[in-house]
Design a protein around this ligand. Structure first.
Ligand SMILES: Cc1ncc(COP(=O)(O)O)c(C=O)c1O
Length: 532
């Protein structure tokens, strides 16, 4: 996404907010706050460019909590000593999403398959980084929070915070595992994600020092196993370097090209590397949903062939645990929040299939090979600040790096202090809506997205504006309009290669706040700018 100079110059001016060592005079402060309000609410009223829902109203029930420092530091399932927390609310929100994504509910006698997760303090970026950190450590054979033996003990104790805390603390023994195969690559995970993956995934690779298939290939001077027929139609060679794609090639609609993924995974699995795949579920620019179910179905036989489906790790004093030699993460920043309701709407025939042979792309814990799902809270749901959810299972939790007595709650999350307000945002949204309301809302938004797409397509008589919408995507992409419109509607832009041609795109996102009136105003502005 490019930030143009124009965008930088059209926003609020710094000098209105200038502060120094003196208290700001009242008149200046009033003026600054007025300018702030006018600017932000104007931009909100025309907001079309990003996957952010502006139809939100949390002021009524929650403004008083701006005067409390709410902090959910530590594990959501252990209250801890910092009592101005909202962990009771957080647990209920997590339980809702565990159910929505077909994960197992937590019971009194905790079992390994039951869910564990937390509400992150950043957006989906934190949930992605934490998912990939867990994946890395799991695949490197690091000690799990709960091994088999401890799990037996766990069954016999109560759910009370103090007991759980004790148990978790007993488990804090540092150890990395080993297997019987003794292959030099057996604890060197290799990551795969498509060229449509969000930059937070790319950033995570760098921050966490995880090797991608491309980096590993460059390091070892490997020859790429992909032949011409393994690439998607319209693939541009600009995405190649030294004969290798830098990321797993995507189809034109933004979904991961499964034949290429399979061949690349096979190549590295054959060398003994554990496999880490991060799927997109609502990709950033095209809003595409990887066919996770289909990819998993094709990956499983490869993992089995190379002994990576399940392997035994010896982690301490001949104690072993069985775990997967792969980790499948789903980046559901946008899609995980509403696609489950789309699935219901399709079953109830409230919306049409985009094509006759369309199959809903299942992505959740019904696929028993999925290890983690991430989601943003400010995207589909809408929140005044970035938030999100990380969801996994107890059996995939790793031993925390340290055991800080200080907070009275295990340090099982990525952030230390965690936003205690965000669970209230999720709770407000969930407590205001029945399941049927959610289904109605996705049907309304889907219809609005299709209305917008058809209207724009009709105006593009010469078919020169690249107007496209991937199946059930909330976004419509098109040739970049002029800078004034990019600023007015906060449009996101992107340079893409299509069949060797470099194109400058923009996209709009149809979120819950987008009305026909706003769409018609946008189209009127496009016409005025001689766009069509
Ligand atoms: C697919 C995808 N993943 C991750 C993110 C990062 O989310 P956040 O901005 O909430 O950190 C985004 C944001 O646009 C996204 O589209």
């Amino acid at each position: 996404m490019n930030i143009t100079l124009n965008q930088l110059n059209q926003g609020l001016k710094d000098k209105i907010f200038r502060i120094n060592n003196k208290k700001l005079p009242k008149t200046k402060k009033t003026k600054a706050l007025k300018e702030l309000s006018t600017y932000e609410f104007t931009q909100k009223s025309n907001f079309l460019g990003y996957q952010v829902n502006e139809k939100i109203d949390y002021q009524k029930n929650y403004s008083e909590y701006l005067n409390i420092s709410l902090n959910n530091v530590g594990d959501p399932f252990v209250d801890g000593n910092l009592t101005t927390n909202t962990k009771a609310v957080e647990r209920e929100v997590l339980s809702y999403f565990a159910k929505l994504w077909n994960n197992k509910q937590r019971t009194k006698h905790l079992k390994k398959d039951e869910f564990w997760g937390y509400i992150v303090s950043m957006g989906c970026t934190e949930a992605n980084i934490f998912g990939l950190l867990s994946a890395r450590d799991y695949l490197e054979g690091k000690f799990l929070l709960i091994d088999d033996e401890q799990n037996e003990k766990l069954k016999s104790i109560s759910k009370s915070s103090k007991d759980r805390e004790c148990l978790i603390n007993q488990n804090l023994v540092s150890s990395y595992g080993k297997t019987k195969q003794n292959n030099k690559n057996e604890f060197v995970p290799i990551a795969f994600y498509s060229q449509d993956a969000h930059y937070s995934i790319v950033k995570a690779m760098e921050v966490l020092k995880i090797s991608t298939f491309f980096n590993e290939a460059m390091k070892n001077d490997y020859k790429c196993p992909l032949k011409k027929e393994d690439y998607p139609k319209d693939f541009s060679k600009e995405y190649l370097e030294n004969g290798w794609p830098k990321e797993v090639p995507s189809n034109d609609d933004g979904t991961i090209h499964i034949p290429a993924l399979i061949k690349l995974v096979d190549f590295f699995a054959a060398k003994g590397h554990p496999i880490l795949v991060s799927f997109n579920y609502g990709s950033t620019f095209k809003g595409a949903y990887d066919n996770v179910k289909e990819a998993v179905k094709k990956l499983v036989p490869i993992l089995k062939k190379y002994g990576l489906y399940e392997r035994e790790i010896e982690y301490q004093d001949k104690k072993t645990d069985k775990r997967n030699g792969f980790w499948f993460h789903v980046d559901g920043a946008l899609g995980a929040a509403y696609m489950p309701y789309i699935e219901t709407a399709l079953k109830e025939k409230l919306i049409k299939k985009p094509s006759k042979d369309y199959q809903f792309p299942v992505f959740d814990f019904r696929l028993k090979q999925i290890h983690s799902i991430s989601m943003s809270g400010h995207k589909w749901i809408g929140s005044p600040w970035p938030t999100g959810i990380y969801m996994s299972r107890i059996k995939y939790q790793l031993k925390p790096i340290d055991d800080p007595m200080y907070i009275g709650s295990p340090d099982t999350t990525f952030a230390g202090s965690r936003n205690g307000f965000s669970p209230l945002i999720f709770w407000e949204y969930l407590s205001n809506n029945s399941y049927n309301n959610h289904v109605k809302e996705v049907v309304k938004v889907e219809n609005m997205a299709q209305y917008t797409y058809e209207k724009l397509k009709k105006l593009d008589k010469k078919n020169k504006l690249w107007i496209q919408r991937s199946p059930f995507s909330l976004t419509i992409r098109m040739k970049k309009p002029n800078e004034d419109l990019i600023f007015k509607y906060s449009l996101s832009t992107e340079e893409l290669y299509v069949n060797g041609e470099k194109r400058e795109y923009a996209h709009i996102y149809i979120m819950s706040h987008v009305t026909k009136k706003l769409i018609n105003q946008f189209i009127k502005d496009l016409k005025k700018s001689k766009y069509f």
